[in-house]
Structures are given as C-alpha cells and as structure tokens.
Design a protein around this ligand. Structure first.
Ligand SMILES: N[C@@H](CCC(=O)N[C@@H](CS)C(=O)NCC(=O)O)C(=O)O
Length: 216
C-alpha cells in the first residue's frame, strides 16, 4: 500500500489511525507531503486522485480517495467487524454519523478552526469574525446533538469504539487548542468522549506530535 498524506490534516489522520487500528500501518509506504509547498499538486498524485488531495491510498490496483469510504473499505477488507459493524442496522448508524460529521459537525468545526488556528499557523491574516459567528451557531446546534448521543455511552455507537469515532473526532484535536475558541467545556460529554479517544492507542499514535516524532 502507498499512502499520500500530510501532517496536521484531520482527514489524513482518520485513515492513518484506521491503518494503525488494523495493524496495517507498517505495510504502508508513506509519502508525507507538504501541502503548503504544493507537493500534492503533481502528476503522480493526480494519477491516483484527480482531485489532487490527501489522503490518497493505493491498494493493489485500487486508488482510494475520500477519507470516510477509505476507512470503511480498509475495515471491511480486514474483516474488522467490531470496529466497523456490517449488519444493516449498525452499518446504517455508522454511515449516518459519518455523513453527519462531513456535512454538519466537522463542517462547522473546520470553518471555525480555519479562522482561529490555521490562518495564524500559515500567516494568512486576521480571523474573520462574521464567519466565526455564523459557524459557531452551527457548531453549537450539532455539538448539542453529539453531547446528547454521548450522554449514556462511551462511544458514538455504544460502549465499543468504532470507525465513526475516528471520523467524528478528526477535527477535535485542533478544537482542544485554547486559541481555537471552540466552547468544548459547554458540551461535557463530547469533551469526555474526545479525551477517551486520545487514549486509544491507534488515535494516540497519529497525534500531530507523535506523527512528527515517527517521521524523524
Ligand atoms: N473530503 C476529502 C477532503 C480531503 C481534503 O480536503 N484534504 C486536504 C487536507 S485535510 C487537502 O488535500 N488539501 C489540499 C488541497 O485541497 O489542495 C476527504 O475526506 O478525504
């Protein structure tokens, strides 16, 4: 397997964490690209992914792009039934939360984090307060839903960790930074769940600091 990936990318972390969870990470040829330097805008990456985005994973003759279906494919291929259940009811719930995070929860979170964290990291000027205010309303709406879902269970689908936790949690590392302005303390079940996730070995192995150390 060959993985085009990037540091501090929540979508890349999803796929890398699943590879760790499945014990497959050592089988992967990792190409960690510097997105700021445009290292993903090459013919090599374009051949594997016409969007020229990461994560992109090559498995045999398959080019896998889009993090969520990539994660599910890897789990199904490995027969990881508990982590990625395939019975219709559980699969529906899994997919529901994975579509939900892309369209609602992490959409709002990533828009705020772009303003409060990413712009400063990349020296792109001041945060746009109008964007933050608009997206914060969305974030609060969906964080309340997640908080309720986690009121009586350790993980999103119940008391067992699933791939949905990695998908929904992807942007939360950055949300934990004080400069993110994300009011996680107001959603205590969400905060407790994310702290639990940080103790999952496969998730911890892909923390930005851990990934940087492994690359040295
Ligand atoms: N929906 C895609 C998003 C992929 C994506 O936007 N990746 C970012 C890094 S997190 C990227 O490649 N950015 C560089 C660019 O768009 O040129 C997924 O889930 O894989």
């Amino acid at each position: 397997m060959k993985l085009y990936t990037a540091a501090i990318s929540p979508n890349c972390r999803k796929v890398e964490a699943v590879l760790h969870q499945l014990g497959l990470f050592d089988d992967v040829e990792v190409h960690r690209l510097n997105l700021l330097a445009g290292e993903h805008r090459t013919d090599e990456v374009k051949t594997a992914n016409p969007n020229m985005k990461v994560p992109t994973l090559i498995v045999g003759d398959m080019n896998l792009w889009e993090s969520n279906p990539t994660m599910i494919y890897l789990c199904d291929r490995a027969g990881a039934e508990e982590f990625c259940p395939s019975d219709p009811k559980s699969r529906f719930e899994l997919l529901r939360w994975m579509f939900w995070e892309v369209r609602h929860y992490n959409k709002a979170l990533s828009a705020i984090l772009w303003e409060t964290v990413a712009k400063a990291m990349m020296d792109l000027g001041a945060p746009d307060q109008n964007t933050i205010d608009r997206e914060m309303e969305e974030f609060r709406r969906f964080a309340a839903v997640l908080n309720e879902q986690l009121a009586s269970s350790d993980f999103i689908l119940g008391d067992t960790l699933t791939v949905a936790d990695f998908a929904v949690g992807a942007y939360s590392t950055l949300a934990m930074l004080p400069q993110s302005r994300i009011p996680l303390d107001e959603y205590p079940n969400v905060k407790a769940w994310y702290l639990r996730l940080e103790n999952v070995p496969a998730w911890a192995a892909t923390a930005p600091e851990a990934a940087a150390e492994a690359a040295e």
